[in-house]
Design a protein around this ligand. Structure first.
Ligand SMILES: NC(=O)N[C@@H](CC(=O)O)C(=O)O
Ligand SMILES: [Zn+2]
Ligand SMILES: [Zn+2]
Length: 344
């Protein structure tokens, strides 16, 4: 039985850091586990220009714990105003690594997103030309589509037509949650990859209603049936280079989760690698964790792999009931429960 695992220093390819005092509270968790992270731009107002991304990056760097060499990799929020010139500027900046699609109304702070892709085709064409990755929250927003079917519908209605139109566009299908998405990505060209979160590897939708309603298990895309969880585990542990680590750690203050209309987002940054180790261990695939966590992401983004290592040990520890989050608190995934893996 494996009791200790040393891997190349990993990165988180999908992270919400928020801003200000909230960011300062959660940033140390990510900086302890990861060398770099793709920082999502869904602030209010959204990070929609290179100038805004530069300023946000400076705020993150200023909030890092002393001695940390963590590097935030910035992204731009796709609004109807993002021009082809601005994506060229982004690519040339060296610190903006992608553009993010939030279909309007699909998720937290998506109001500024686009309703469809027709109006932004010149911008997407420019991205395909210069090789700037397009990160996609892949859910349709049509209220007539069942919430559990919105990702599968997105593949047929948006993702497949987009790639037919722009076959060389580099696309990351973010936080995939279904067997349809796993299969689509596996069968697509080398320009298409996907991130997978810890919660979608560890839980199915029963976790939303385990003995009562569980707001801290609610995220978007919402947890799916067990068959989908199994397909995601199979994809992550398959050895395919198309799938990589992206926690989608998305902190919300306790009172906004435990509410009549609670926010979507699961906080996992406090124990991200422990969660992935648990999922890969359960699948008997710990030997596949390093490529998923530390190689496939940088290779897709055409960035160097990290040097240095981190070590995980099979050792019980108890997750706190909450962590400070600015002047509030955030309830982490598995709050008050025991985890079997620990980052040294
Ligand atoms: N995943 C979530 O449930 N929430 C994310 C937004 C997102 O990634 O869709 C957030 O910013 O809170
Ligand atoms: Zn999303
Ligand atoms: Zn996200």
């Amino acid at each position: 039985m494996t009791t200790q695992l040393t891997i190349t220093r990993p990165d988180d390819w999908h992270l919400h850091l928020r801003d200000g005092a909230l960011m300062a509270s959660v940033l140390p968790h990510t900086a302890r586990e990861f060398a770099r992270a793709i920082v999502m731009p869904n602030l209010k107002p959204p990070v929609s220009t290179v100038e805004m991304a530069a300023a946000y990056r400076e705020r993150i760097l200023a909030a890092l714990p002393a001695g940390s060499d963590f590097q935030p990799l910035m992204t731009l929020y796709l609004t109807g105003n993002l021009t082809p010139d601005e994506v060229v500027k982004a690519k040339n900046s060296g610190f903006v690594h992608a553009v993010k699609l939030y279909p309007a109304g699909a998720t937290t702070n998506s109001e500024a997103g686009v309703a469809g892709l027709d109006g932004v085709m010149p911008t997407l064409e420019k991205m395909a030309e210069i090789g700037l990755p397009f990160l996609v929250h892949g859910e349709v927003t049509d209220p007539a589509v069942d919430v559990f079917d919105r990702e599968a519908a997105f593949i047929d209605q948006v993702m497949a037509p987009l790639l037919q139109r722009l076959p060389t566009l580099r696309v990351v299908f973010e936080h995939i949650t279904t067997k349809q998405a796993a299969q689509f990505v596996a069968e697509a060209g080398a320009n298409v990859g996907a991130t997978i979160t810890p919660q979608h590897l560890l839980m199915n939708r029963n976790a939303l209603f385990q003995g009562g309603i569980r707001p801290h298990h609610y995220c978007l895309p919402v947890l799916k049936r067990e068959e989908h969880r199994q397909a995601l585990v199979a994809a992550a542990t398959s050895g395919s280079t198309k799938f990589f680590l992206g926690t989608d750690s998305a902190p919300h203050a306790l009172h906004t989760k435990e509410a009549a209309c609670g926010c979507a987002g699961i906080y996992s940054a406090h124990a991200a690698l422990a969660f992935y180790a648990e999922a890969f261990d359960a699948a008997g695939a710990l030997d596949k964790l390093e490529a998923f966590a530390s190689f496939n992401g940088p290779d897709f983004y055409r960035l160097p792999r990290n040097s240095g290592t981190v070590t995980l040990v099979k050792e019980d520890w108890t997750v706190p009931a909450s962590y400070p989050f600015g002047e509030h608190n955030v309830v982490p995934l598995r709050a008050g429960e025991t985890l079997g893996w620990k980052l040294l």
